[in-house]
Ligand binder design. Structure first.
Ligand code: SF4
Length: 220
């Protein structure tokens, strides 16, 4: 996979073309909350970037682990409940019932709406660039496609969308596509094997513990 080539493609995306596709597919959020909740016994799983975690920390200074958890894919859980392994992304933290920790079930809304991650801002859409369907960014499958735009399962699809809203969403999708590739390049370039016990998250800034604290070079 040539990440630099994919990044160049992402930077060159035509927002008007993406907006055309979104208009063609159609979308209006019904506020059903399904994209914020754990479903079918599975915890909610959505990518969040390190700087997005810090952006949420700005308001009230919550701890890193109150916002994000290591993406569980690739980690191993032992019989005694301890988890070990390396992972390469952060996921939005979940509550006891498996929903996103920021989902207000009583109010049926996101409690950090203005600072929600790019993945949340762009759901149910994603862009396919070079790596096919790899960036679905959610637990479900592609249900519609228009050029590079992929639509994932959502009851809001097929509804009328204004040109202004389609263009705003298209711009955010492009921003996400660029950020995803910048993050992947950062992870690749900053990866250093560690001998630290437990879980290690390798993000674009280096290796971190599950609480977000950097792992020092003395462990590499
Ligand atoms: S951050 Fe907000 S929009 Fe994103 S999954 Fe959580 S509750 Fe939903």
């Amino acid at each position: 996979m040539d990440l630099e080539a994919d990044l160049a493609v992402a930077r060159g995306l035509d927002v008007d073309v993406i907006a055309d596709a979104i208009e063609s597919i159609g979308f209006e959020c019904t506020r059903c909350g399904k994209c914020c909740r754990g479903l079918d016994g599975e915890d909610h799983t959505a990518t969040i970037f390190p700087e997005e975690i810090r952006e949420i920390q700005r308001d009230g200074d919550p701890e890193w682990s109150a916002i994000a958890r290591p993406m569980p894919f690739g980690l191993t859980e032992a019989d005694d409940g301890t988890t070990t392994g390396e992972t390469f992304e952060w996921a939005l933290q979940t509550g006891a019932c498996g929903d996103c920790t920021f989902y207000d079930a009583d109010g049926e809304k996101c409690s950090i709406y203005d600072r929600r991650p790019l993945l949340c801002r762009t759901y149910p859409f994603s862009l396919s660039i070079g790596d096919g369907e790899a960036e679905a960014g959610s637990m479900d499958s592609v249900v519609d496609r228009e050029g590079p735009v992929r639509a994932h399962e959502c009851e809001g699809l097929g509804r009328d969308v204004s040109r202004a809203d389609a263009e705003e969403l298209a711009g955010t999708l492009k921003e996400r596509a660029i950020r995803e590739r910048e993050e992947a390049i950062g992870v690749r370039d900053n990866y250093q094997p560690t001998d630290v016990d437990g879980v290690v998250v390798h993000d674009s800034e280096g290796a971190k513990r599950p609480d977000g604290s950097p792992i020092g070079s003395e462990h590499s």
